[in-house]
Design a protein around this ligand. Structure first.
Ligand SMILES: Cc1cc2nc3c(=O)[nH]c(=O)nc-3n(C[C@H](O)[C@H](O)[C@H](O)COP(=O)(O)O)c2cc1C
Length: 387
């Protein structure tokens, strides 16, 4: 067993174990992947301010996200097809999150259904909604999330049309994978993944098959989803969804100060500053670059969270010091899941937690809640000089 010390170590193991189609699905941004790359490299532009000779004992990373206590302010982001990275992947990831004491967010496009995850976990999780044209389907999935006792609805606003990810088209991405010759050849070297998958019945979109009209099997599914995202989604519709849900409500995919103001006026419980991990608008600024401006504009009125590009505890610290009250990891936990199942997600959380804790100490801070911009060395033009 190799010694695993970083999220990158998990990614290397993940790459060896999981079919290329699903690795590529994770490891892609849209179009030229400029925003995907910027999300991580821009974290590298921020530096940390070292402080010495301060009492660093008795540190705490405990915080709350939308009022919910968390071991550290790092939630698992909604990731479609998680159950293709590892059999029953959503259940495995949700269990790791609940043991660690951080929120798990289930995607609309998950393999395990809302009910599956609820039955196999003991604490409420969050549910992420994509708004479809079929209002009846949307109403029913909201009701299902309520019935499953989900404690927050995360409404994703930045994917009513898909940014193209070239590799998915070239690989013929599908769930379950179609057994073409290249796929069979690839699977021959990924036999442990295949055996694991043979052991579960959950191999298609569990929230959709059998729940959406006209989608009885997987062959009609890909075309159904592609056509179903509601391109007319606007604030009136968002309002309707919030009223039907009636609980904690998080708006995901905000990257613009005006949109953030609108979301704060609307009264969301939190917003997630995010560019969908660089998978949507290629050419958009990285989330960490946009974060301070959005915090300055609305941070006193709405809880500001962020994701996109977090691969280390140092990145988490930087986001919190910039003013985020919570962060999310997408790929970082998927690497762990694909590498080692539930234990791999736990490992990813442990790595990030330890990095956060040690870095906090070296910055002379004992409490994650006390992090602030003075902990950072921020290039003068970091927010950019974009007209
Ligand atoms: C493979 C993959 C699938 C994703 N699926 C969804 C999804 O179904 N719903 C959603 O709101 N966001 C989805 N996202 C975006 C994540 O929730 C999150 O915003 C992003 O992963 C953060 O960037 P990071 O991967 O650099 O941490 C997905 C991201 C990835 C990498």
């Amino acid at each position: 067993m190799p010694v695993i010390t970083t999220i990158d170590d998990l990614k290397r193991i993940y790459r060896r174990r999981v079919p290329k189609m699903f690795y590529d699905y994770t490891e892609s941004g849209s179009y030229t992947e400029q925003t995907f790359r910027d999300n991580t490299t821009d974290f590298g532009q921020l530096r940390l301010r070292q402080k010495v000779a301060v009492d660093m004992s008795g540190r705490s990373t405990a915080a709350t996200m939308i009022g919910q206590p968390v071991t550290m302010p790092v939630a698992l982001a909604p990731v479609g097809l998680t159950g293709m990275q590892s059999a029953d992947g959503e259940i495995r990831a949700a269990r790791a999150a609940e043991k660690f004491g951080v929120p798990f967010t289930l995607s609309t496009m998950s393999i395990c259904s809302i009910e599956d995850v609820a039955q196999n976990t003991s604490r409420p999780f969050w549910f992420q909604l994509y708004v479809m044209k079929d209002e009846d389907f949307v109403d029913r999935i909201i009701d299902r999330a309520k019935a499953a006792n989900c404690s927050a609805l995360v409404l994703t606003l930045d994917l009513q049309i898909q940014g193209q990810r070239h590799k998915d088209l070239k690989n013929g991405l599908s769930a379950p994978p179609k057994l073409t010759l290249p796929v069979i050849l690839d699977l021959a070297t990924k036999w442990a993944w295949g055996l694991d998958m043979l052991g579960t019945k959950r191999r298609s979109f569990g929230n959709i098959v059998g729940h959406a009209k006209g989608v009885g099997d997987t062959s009609s599914l890909m075309s159904w989803t592609a056509e179903q995202f509601d391109q007319q989604l606007d604030w009136t519709k968002i309002s309707r969804i919030r009223d039907r849900w009636g609980g904690k409500f998080i708006l995901k995919g905000i990257l613009d100060v005006e949109d953030a103001r609108r979301a704060a006026d609307f009264g969301a419980d939190a917003i997630i500053v995010s560019n969908h991990g660089g998978r949507q608008l290629d050419g958009a600024l990285s989330a960490i670059r946009m974060l301070p401006r959005i915090v300055d504009a609305v941070g006193d009125r709405v809880e500001v969270h962020m994701d996109s590009g977090i691969r280390t505890g140092q990145d988490v610290l930087k986001a919190l010091a910039m003013g985020a009250k919570g962060t999310y990891i997408g790929r970082s936990f998927i690497y762990g899941l694909g590498a080692m199942g539930q234990a791999g997600v736990t490992k990813a959380l442990e790595i990030i937690h330890k990095e956060l804790d040690t870095t906090m100490a070296l910055c002379g801070e004992r409490d994650v809640l006390a992090l602030r911009r003075e902990n950072l060395l921020i290039p003068r033009d970091f927010s950019g000089n974009w007209a």
